[in-house]
Design a protein around this ligand. Structure first.
Ligand SMILES: CCCCCCCC/C=C\CCCCCC(=O)SCCNC(=O)CCNC(=O)[C@H](O)C(C)(C)COP(=O)(O)OP(=O)(O)OC[C@H]1O[C@@H](n2cnc3c(N)ncnc32)[C@H](O)[C@@H]1OP(=O)(O)O
Ligand SMILES: Cc1cc2nc3c(=O)[nH]c(=O)nc-3n(C[C@H](O)[C@H](O)[C@H](O)COP(=O)(O)OP(=O)(O)OC[C@H]3O[C@@H](n4cnc5c(N)ncnc54)[C@H](O)[C@@H]3O)c2cc1C
Length: 648
């Protein structure tokens, strides 16, 4: 064990196991999670070479094999709890996505949430036993964001009681769905529903695309892989062109909207229920932001504890780079954000399941807030985590740029979360739409609830414009900082609403006024989400009984909130002493940095990083990894070079 990293652990002021248990929910949950992870770690079937040493085709084949192995093994172990399945899978897939990912994350959830009981009776056994292997095909070449303009059509033929599916133009070819190119034999296809000559907008259909026996494409189906990408090399994101493909009427997902045998259309309680799977994934992505950022912090901080470089004081030994204030200022606010997002991810998941429970009982009243919250927090946390992973990579110097550091793979796998499941700017604008509506309701005296109730509070407290009030902050008191973020959010929502109002008074259209206020609208949503994160971090602290853990997390929460003020100082009165306070907090966190990342409890296999190894023996393992590179399998690779040298 590296002596530096041993010393770091000896210097910690809290018990990492206590914090790990808190993050898991209990000591028993930690035990069970580790037990499941060890099933993968000790399984020779999952000991394979680094995918970075493989070609794309080899990586895809290996991913399919791994997905298949996981299915068999989970069955053999009798593991069926969704959270335990997730622990097993994330250990096995390490930093990469799995070939059957979309089947689990979107195909099955769509069947669960949008099929009638009769349709579930038919399709769930097929899908849960992987006879029907599916994906979620919504995006087209011409449209990803603007789904109301998707062009694929599903036209009902009452004479045969079938839907006829077509991609009428090049721009209507389905493009991007994960697992579509080579893996899936079915797809949930989002298409414009036409019946009795009328278009009823976007609806979801189960479409067989490959023969369940031969896996060959079915008649009228052109399908394939879209080619190499920035990352996601294990995933066969694909294209799908449908030409007069006929499916039975019963293949339209009819829990909310129906087409009768005669073609008559029964509309849903809300036309946004078709968008339900997207809200689910957005809500789950918040937790993924926390995991990607916490992994990156674990790697960068452990490496920074064992890396010695440069000279702090003449004549003294080279210090640990973690002792540089600049290095701490890079990494510790990200560590704080990783904890903040861990708590927000738990809150978002709980809120999603609570509200969808009400929706399943027919209460749709909280759907708008769920949509706005999931959209905003997905954008806010992925933007922060995406940038943070890069900071962690660069904080590791040259070695961070090696694939064996784990950081490039974390980055290329995570970065599309800013785009897929709702491009982040578009998502922030969706949240702004909800905030402006709530602001107007508060002005009219309506009582708001949930995460926007502060808009009432600000109206009641002081009638004058929020923006005219000074932001006085007690920088040592988290409650005071929460208030500052609340006031900032209220101020920026008001600024955005007034910008819209001003544009409208210039008698331009609502749509142009909206577009001309987009900068303020995005800033208002960002401020709202930032307040929600700070508020939730503070609320979590009130649940912690262990004084040592409470103290270290309180320090992180203060750092997160104060650092956020310095990043947005224009929205707060730049309090000069904040920087000094931040420096003091960095010093406070320094002895606990490694213990704080240890508490995330990532085993080496899942971290997949020679820099972030638990034992800190980075150089030895880097050298061993490099020697395994395929280029090193022979001493002389290119005889051309050899001949040139000989000719000299
Ligand atoms: C099990 C573990 C899971 C872990 C998962 C994490 C890892 C995942 C790994 C890999 C998976 C990769 C997945 C990627 C898959 C995809 O990308 S699928 C495709 C995703 N595509 C999108 O997200 C499209 C984005 N665009 C839209 O959602 C919509 O076009 C829009 C919301 C931007 C606009 O919709 P539109 O119908 O035009 O509505 P508006 O006119 O803007 O607003 C009208 C009202 O509708 C409300 N609304 C909009 N969307 C929703 C919704 N989803 N739910 C509820 N309500 C919604 C909106 O607020 C408006 O309401 P008001 O009129 O009252 O203001
Ligand atoms: C790795 C990966 C996996 C994917 N998997 C799937 C999948 O499984 N299934 C599926 O259906 N799709 C999938 N997608 C597609 C993904 O959902 C879309 O790419 C995403 O929704 C963004 O849409 P777009 O590509 O049309 O971007 P665009 O909307 O064209 O974005 C381009 C720019 O236009 C801006 N813009 C667009 N509209 C507005 C507006 N109203 N106001 C202001 N600015 C705007 C955006 O902010 C952005 O800056 C995947 C994509 C990726 C990268």
């Amino acid at each position: 064990m590296n002596p530096d990293i041993c010393r770091e652990r000896e210097n910690a002021t809290f018990n990492t196991e206590t914090l790990t248990n808190m993050l898991d929910g209990s000591a028993e949950k930690t035990r069970r999670r580790r037990e499941i992870e060890s099933l993968v770690i000790n399984d020779p079937d999952f000991q394979h070479d680094d995918p970075n040493f493989m070609s794309r085709s080899e990586r895809y084949d290996a991913a399919v094999k791994k997905s298949s192995q996981m299915i068999m093994k989970l069955r053999d172990y009798g593991i069926s709890d969704p959270e335990e399945i997730y622990f097993y899978k994330r250990t096995a897939r390490r930093t990469f996505h799995e070939a059957f990912g979309l089947h689990y994350t979107m195909f099955l959830p769509t069947l669960y949430s949008q099929c009638t009981p009769e349709q579930q009776k038919k399709w769930l056994p097929l899908a849960e036993n992987f006879k029907a292997l599916g994906t979620y095909a919504q995006t087209e070449l011409g449209h990803g964001t603007h789904i109301r303009k998707l062009e694929t059509t599903a036209t009902y033929d009452p004479s045969t009681q079938e839907f006829v599916l077509n991609c009428p133009t090049v721009s209507s070819i389905k493009w991007w769905p994960g697992g579509l190119g080579k893996t899936s034999n079915h797809a949930i296809v989002l298409a414009q529903l036409y019946t009795l000559g009328k278009c009823h907008g976007l609806h979801a259909f189960i479409v067989p695309i490959r023969c369940m026996k031969t896996h060959q494409p079915l008649p009228g189906v052109t399908v394939g892989d879209i080619g190499p990408k920035f990352g996601f090399e294990e995933v066969d994101n694909g294209y799908l062109k449908l030409e007069n493909v006929r499916i039975p009427r019963e293949n339209m997902l009819m829990k909310y909207a129906q087409v009768e045998p005669d073609g008559s259309y029964l509309k849903p309680p809300s036309d946004k229920l078709t968008y339900g799977t997207m809200v689910f994934i957005r809500a789950m992505i918040v937790g993924e932001s926390a995991r990607a950022l916490s992994k990156s912090c674990t790697i960068a901080i452990r490496y920074s504890a064992v890396r010695h470089q440069s000279e702090l004081r003449p004549g003294e030994p080279e210090p640990q780079i973690l002792d540089y204030q600049a290095q701490q200022y890079k990494l510790f606010p990200l560590l704080a954000a990783a904890y903040a997002f861990t708590f927000v991810g738990q809150y978002m998941s709980d809120t999603y399941h609570r509200i969808t429970g009400h929706i399943n009982q027919g209460d749709f009243s909280q759907l708008p807030e769920l949509h706005a919250l999931a959209a905003g927090l997905k954008a806010f946390t992925t933007w922060t985590a995406n940038a943070g992973i890069e900071v962690c990579r660069m904080a590791c110097g040259g070695h961070g740029y090696l694939c064996c550091s784990g950081l490039p793979d974390i980055y290329v796998t995570f970065t599309p979360t800013c785009t897929y499941e709702g491009e982040n700017t578009v998502m922030m604008l969706q949240t702004a739409r909800f905030l402006v509506k709530c602001y107007r309701q508060a002005r009219e005296g309506q009582q708001l609830s949930g995460t926007v109730s502060y808009l009432n509070e600000q109206q009641r407290l002081q009638p004058q414009p929020v923006s005219s009030r000074p932001t006085v902050v007690n920088i040592n008191d988290l409650a005071s900082l929460v208030e500052a973020y609340k006031l900032r959010a209220a101020k920026l929502v008001e600024v955005a609403a007034k910008s819209l109002q001003g544009e409208l008074q210039r008698s331009i259209s609502q749509e142009d006024a909206w577009n001309n206020s987009s900068i303020e609208l995005v800033r208002a949503s960002d401020a709202h989400c930032h307040y929600v994160v700070v508020e939730l971090f503070a609320a979590k602290l009130s649940e912690i009984s262990d004084t040592a853990v409470h103290s270290v997390l309180n320090t992180l929460a203060l750092l997160y909130a104060l650092h956020g003020i310095t990043l947005n100082s224009g929205d707060f009165l730049q309090l000069s002493q904040i920087t000094q306070r931040i420096k003091a907090l960095l010093v406070e966190i320094r002895p606990n940095a490694v213990a704080l990342v240890d508490s995330f409890d990532y085993n080496d296999e899942m971290l997949n990083s020679v820099l972030g190894r638990y034992d800190g023996n980075v150089y030895e393992s880097m050298f061993e990894w490099a020697k395994r590179s395929p280029l090193n399998r022979t001493e002389v690779r290119s005889f051309i070079i050899f001949n040139i040298i000989q000719k000299k």
